[in-house]
Design a protein around this ligand. Sequence first.
Ligand code: P1T
Length: 379
Amino acid sequence: MKFATKAVHAGVEPDPSTGAIMTPIYQTSTYVQASPGKHKGYEYARTQNPTRDALQASIAALENGKYGFCFASGLGATDTVIKLLNPGDEVVACNDLYGGTYRLFKRVFEKYGIKFHFVDMSKAENIHTFLNEKTKLVWIETPTNPLLNIIDIEQVAKITHSFGALLCVDNTFASPYLQTPLELGADMVMHSVTKYISGHSDVVMGALITNNDDLAKQFAFLQNACGAVPAPQDCFLVLRGIKTLHLRMQAHCANGEKIVQYLTNHPKIGQLWHPSLPSHPNHEIAKKQMRGFGGMMSFTLKDDSVESAIKVLENFKLFSLAESLGGVESLCGHPATMTHASIPKAEREKAGLRDSLIRLSVGIEDAEDLIADLAQALG
Ligand code: P1T
């Protein structure tokens, strides 16, 4: 099946009790058993829930994966991946990544004896220096948040596997419509479902997808043992959102392209980060591994001052100043004080994230209205 057909149909079967075409919200905590251990495949709702099952199957299909697991948030999914590891293990992660992921790695897991290296992976071979026999996991975002760096998934997978480690790709910024990392050699894919997959800014959720039977067993165990599961109503909302994922992504990409064009020619823009730009250092890799360039972008003003950036952010009328991304409505953000404030300033600057950076999540409104808002905000 091709993507649009999967988005509409995958994972969803008519409800066995009524034929309801939409998977019902199974709002229950437990399931009645006829005799101890004699049940219909469902015992307790932390362990299994039919609404969640449908969503997990749908997300797995979109990523061309065999197994999908949903969690109460993107960070809940990331937490599960790191719980595969043991004290003494090492992780090599990209140096530009969501601030909450950095915080989880450094401030939660480092104290359990797991070591994290943050590396510029714009050249895949940069990871060589940090890989050793203790490395168990390589963690990448591509495109990265918020600098839209592109990492060569295929190359990083090859190097990672040559050291016997596993590769996890946080595919949140691309969505499975634009990029399917399992096909490029990744062992697992993580999503903040909160973003494009859900798409309507009304749910917080995460997901893990894999083709690896052993990883799937461990994820199922951890999902039940640690308990960071999503609620059935949220699973229903995401199932509904997925039905238009392809249409939304097409609109995000088309609007993204128009806004990049507008900003490229704007006299007040200093630097603009978007993988569609031929000047992007990994534009060719983006073309190779992605099916479109998406609606996320970042820019600085020519004067590069934080005050001017904040003034622009305050000026926006249609772009809402808010954390998060990937919803139908356009958002703008200030990573240094918002989504990436949990990364120390020195670390942020080492990765190239300046305090003057503005991030946009371009929605699916009319591009002309978005451009008019940019014009007045920059003016
Ligand atoms: O918010 P949550 O669903 O827990 O997902 C965390 C997360 C993981 N990975 C990436 C690439 C992300 O962007 C996020 C969350 N990011 C934001 C809230 C943000 O505005 O960048």
